[in-house]
Design a protein around this ligand. Structure first.
Ligand SMILES: [Zn+2]
Length: 191
């Protein structure tokens, strides 16, 4: 998402990006991904829940599989933080554009194919942002420095909500049967 990279304002020393205070761990992720954006923050929060719930580490990640129902910046966060990656065939994407995420131990056992599902509860921000006038042509309007600052401020507000709201306010977190397919057979979970 090129537009988030227009103003970086990354300050590694103070762990501040724009107006957002970040942890050392998140700063590492931002350096890997290239910028801080709302989807990256969502992936960060999702990963933290999965790591706590299932005990995933980069060291034991081969024992797990993960999936996302979108191909946003969040998937970079999940791969970076959990170690479940496309390259290791332990991360899968079925892009339905939804912030729904799946984690499970592997192999899935026939009778206990329980996977952890994390779904965002509400749109924390509107990707089109700000107002209808701006949504018409975001890229053109971002050529205007004033509009760009306004845009970045709205992005920062969304990021701060995602980073600071409690898990329960942001996500539904539950276990569900993932037998029969990690993603495809569970399309009901997207809704
Ligand atoms: Zn991004």
């Amino acid at each position: 998402m090129k537009k988030y990279g227009v103003i970086e304002m990354t300050d590694v020393e103070s762990l501040r990006i724009g107006t957002v205070i970040v942890s050392q761990e998140l700063m590492g992720l931002v350096q890997y991904h290239g910028h801080l954006c709302p989807e990256l923050a969502i992936g960060y929060r999702v990963s933290k829940i999965a790591i706590t719930e299932l005990g995933i580490t980069r060291g034991n990640s081969l024992n797990f599989i993960a999936g996302a129902a979108n191909s946003s910046s969040a998937v970079d966060a999940i791969q970076y933080l959990t170690g479940c990656t496309i390259g290791k065939q332990s991360f899968f994407i079925e892009d339905t554009g939804k912030h729904v995420y799946f984690f499970a131990r592997r192999p899935l056992q026939p009778l206990t194919g329980q996977g952890l599902i994390i779904k965002i509860k509400t749109p924390v921000y509107n990707p089109q942002l700000l107002n209808k006038e701006m949504a018409k042509d975001v890229e053109t309007q971002l050529q205007d420095p004033g509009k760009l600052l306004q845009y970045r401020a709205a992005i920062d507000i969304a990021i701060r909500k995602i980073l600071n709201w409690p898990d329960k306010r942001l996500f539904d977190v539950f276990y569900a049967d993932l037998n029969g397919g990690l993603l495809k057979q569970n399309s009901k979970l997207y809704n």
